[in-house]
Design a protein around this ligand. Sequence first.
Ligand code: FES
Length: 177
Amino acid sequence: MSKGSQNIVDGKLHPSGDKRFRVLEATMKRHQYQPNALIEVLHKTQELFGYLEQDVLLHIAHSLKLPPSQVYGVVTFYHFFSLKPAGIHTCVVCMGTACFVKEAASLLTAVEQVAHIQAGETTRDGRLSLSTARCLGACGSAPAVVLDGHVVGDQTPETLRNQVKPMMDQPQYETAI
Ligand code: FES
């Protein structure tokens, strides 16, 4: 079972789960779970998770009462949707208001300098993909980032640099987050 499905129980959020699912749920709710909100929901999902994981797509299909085949059809039709992370490792820096006022821009700059890429890019060796999000649902621990699917809060340029550097050197990212 993947991380995504562990966080979804009968279409609801698992209490111990990733707060990004709460944001996803709020997005679908705001659109009253209307099927025609699919593209907007997919955009938000990719922003939150960096790509569109299968379990999450099934959850969206279920919530919007759409056949999974239709959801996959849309995802594969548009080039800006991705079914897997572009890089071996992913770093999503939240630029939402709560994080922005706590200097999220300096976090982004720190990663850009370490990896020599801009947000939206992947390193040439495919080690790291860097992107930004508008809110990860973790405002209480702003500024927050997502490293390989783990939301980590209260970051500084230094703490983030120290976590991203090993990603650039090792095939597997292993830390105690
Ligand atoms: S604004 Fe960054 S987690 Fe909400």
